[in-house]
Design a protein around this ligand. Structure first.
Ligand code: F6R
Length: 241
């Protein structure tokens, strides 16, 4: 695992640089997109590079996760967040960005179908990740099987409190369930790029980099990945030995 400690402003450029390098070499690459605060500056940087000529027209992308049950037009539905923050700002072809369907009648079938769609696309080339304060990646909360695939998960109280800021500060408005790629699904991506900034992430980053691999800190499975890049600012790195 490669750990880069840099000022917050530089982390986004490093992640966007990895995406650009991939797309220049393989214009039809498959990207993995995260939501939350951590990748927002990366998406800003990719939108800027798109204006400078970087094309996504032959690329595809898969989202990590989605809330269950949020109405189709809800601004915090991850499909809508990704559309606003990146998809609408670059030139993905129609239908090129997919996410798990949190409104499906049969959620288990939607999860299985999503796994099949990723496999049919040839797998994810570069997966952007954030990390939860409890060590989750995607919404694989503590206790998630290290062999897990896309499935329904219950969000922890901690994650719902962390995400209440996106719901007007009301934890009761944060959905209780989500669909999320599993840890084994994420581990099949060929390059993992995780971003973390701020002191609130310091313990999770310490466990990710220096803790034992454990389902109680799900991100630690990244230690077993052959090509994982961890981009952290000084505050998020403050508990590293
Ligand atoms: C979101 C996701 C989550 C977030 C994590 C960190 O798609 O997969 O794992 O990356 O909750 O969220 P932020 O970046 O908002 O601190």
């Amino acid at each position: 695992m490669e750990v880069v400690i840099a000022p917050a402003g530089e982390l986004a450029a490093l992640a966007a640089g990895a995406v650009e390098e991939l797309l220049r070499a393989r214009p039809d690459a498959v990207l993995g997109l995260a939501t939350g605060s951590s990748p927002l500056a990366v998406y800003d940087e990719l939108a800027r590079r798109h204006k400078d000529g970087l094309s996504f027209s032959r690329a595809r992308a898969f989202m990590l996760d989605e809330y269950v049950g949020l109405p189709a037009d809800h601004p915090e539905r991850y499909r809508n967040v990704i559309e606003k923050e990146i998809a609408s700002r670059v030139d993905f072809a129609p239908g090129a960005v997919q996410g798990p369907d949190g409104l499906a009648d049969d959620l288990a079938a939607a999860c299985a179908g999503y796994e099949a769609a990723i496999a049919d696309a040839g797998g994810v080339d570069l997966q952007i990740l954030g990390i939860g304060t409890d060590g989750h990646i995607a919404f694989n909360e503590p206790g998630s099987s290290l062999a897990s695939r896309t499935r329904i998960k219950t969000l922890t109280r901690q994650t719902r409190e962390d995400n209440a800021r996106f719901f007007g500060g009301s934890v009761d408005d944060v959905p209780r369930h989500c669909l999320t790629q599993g840890l084994a699904t994420i581990m099949e991506a060929r390059h993992l790029v995780l971003l973390a900034s701020g002191r609130a992430k310091a313990e999770a980053v310490h466990q990710l980099v220096e803790g034992p691999v454990s389902a109680m800190w799900p991100a630690t499975i990244m230690q077993l990945h052959p090509h994982a890049t961890v981009l952290v600012d000084d505050a998020a790195a403050s508990r590293l030995q």
